[in-house]
Design a protein around this ligand. Structure first.
Ligand code: NAP
Ligand code: GCO
Length: 268
């Protein structure tokens, strides 16, 4: 039996983290590099790509970047083929790329709903489908889908996002069911409220300098009494990508400071 800490090593593995130009994806890719993996990542914009490559270099990480829209199956198939040619078979896939549109349901256009579901749910299906054949051939693989509190809870203005993230929870369980026998484990990470560009509008200072009402609300709903940071996700992501989680399958690991366990403080 390997030394217990060696079980968390990603040495010699190839990891693809989608949407890892910044935010949660960047932190997960950084953690994987520190754990020994070779890093491939993608995003849509050349501007974000250039900034990301400079940031990875600054952090001493040799990251391989690919411009690819994860909703476009032909682009994804080409990206995976290029990665497999340049780095080898993908051992670890993190379906991280995602967007949110905060629009009251009755004001949301069907096209806007479809766009969120396309990126947050259809794309993880497309990318997983491109990567699984190589994992099957190699005899192992790890797929980690970045779910959300909204895989379990709803709230006003995020109907498309909650529908997509709820679906992503079940896609995670289905990939687990269909490919467990090939030694492929598929799990999810459900981050709580994390300080990234995606949630910046919810933390914006008010004109009078006071905190955004949603900021105060989330801190009151979180037993840890703070927003999460992308660093809070690094350890759980390494665990789910490593040999240490070989018998964990179909599980959504909520990294939320306790939000899902907490009914909330009684108003004073
Ligand atoms: P973010 O800061 O907005 O970053 C999103 C990343 O995805 C960017 O790199 C973006 O790059 C990329 N992306 C978006 N659409 C894409 C597409 N069609 N193809 C390829 N890349 C695409 O978001 P984040 O806060 O880091 O969130 C990352 C993931 O965690 C998302 O799935 C989000 O739903 C989930 N999540 C976030 C939180 C939170 O509180 N922040 C909590 C729970 C779950 P380009 O725009 O250049 O393509
Ligand atoms: C929102 C937030 C959340 C977070 C995250 C929580 O508007 O409610 O953006 O959805 O992004 O998904 O887990």
């Amino acid at each position: 039996m390997a030394n217990i800490l060696d079980q968390f090593s990603l040495k010699g593995k190839v990891a693809l983290v989608t949407g890892a130009a910044y935010g949660i994806g960047y932190a997960i890719a950084k953690a994987y590099a520190e754990a020994g993996a070779k890093i491939a990542f993608n995003c849509r914009s050349q501007k974000h790509m250039d900034k990301a490559l400079a940031a990875y270099q600054e952090d001493g990480i040799e990251a391989h970047g690919y411009i690819c829209d994860v909703t476009k199956e032909d682009e994804v198939q080409k990206m995976v083929a290029d990665i497999e040619k340049e780095l080898g078979t993908i051992d670890i896939l993190v379906n991280n790329a995602g967007i949110i549109k905060r629009i009251p349901m009755l004001e949301m256009k069907a096209e806007e709903f479809r766009q969120v579901v396309d990126i947050d749910l259809n794309a993880p299906f497309i990318v997983s489908k491109a990567v699984i054949p190589g994992m099957k051939k190699k005899g192992h693989g790890k797929i980690i889908n970045i779910c959300s509190m909204m895989s379990e809870l709803g709230r006003e203005t995020v109907s498309a996002y909650a529908a997509a993230k709820g679906g992503l929870k079940m896609l995670t369980r289905n990939i687990c069911s269909e490919f467990g026998e090939y030694n492929i484990q598929c799990n999810g990470i459900g981050p709580g409220y994390i300080a990234t560009p995606q949630t910046a509008p919810l933390r914006e200072r008010q004109p009078d300098g006071s905190r955004h009402p949603f900021d105060s609300f989330i801190v009151s709903k979180t037993p840890a009494a703070r927003w999460g940071t992308t660093e809070d996700l690094m350890g759980p992501a390494v665990f789910l990508a490593s040999d240490a989680s070989d018998f964990v399958n179909g599980h959504i690991l909520y990294v939320d400071g306790g939000i899902l366990a907490y009914i909330g403080k009684q108003p004073q």
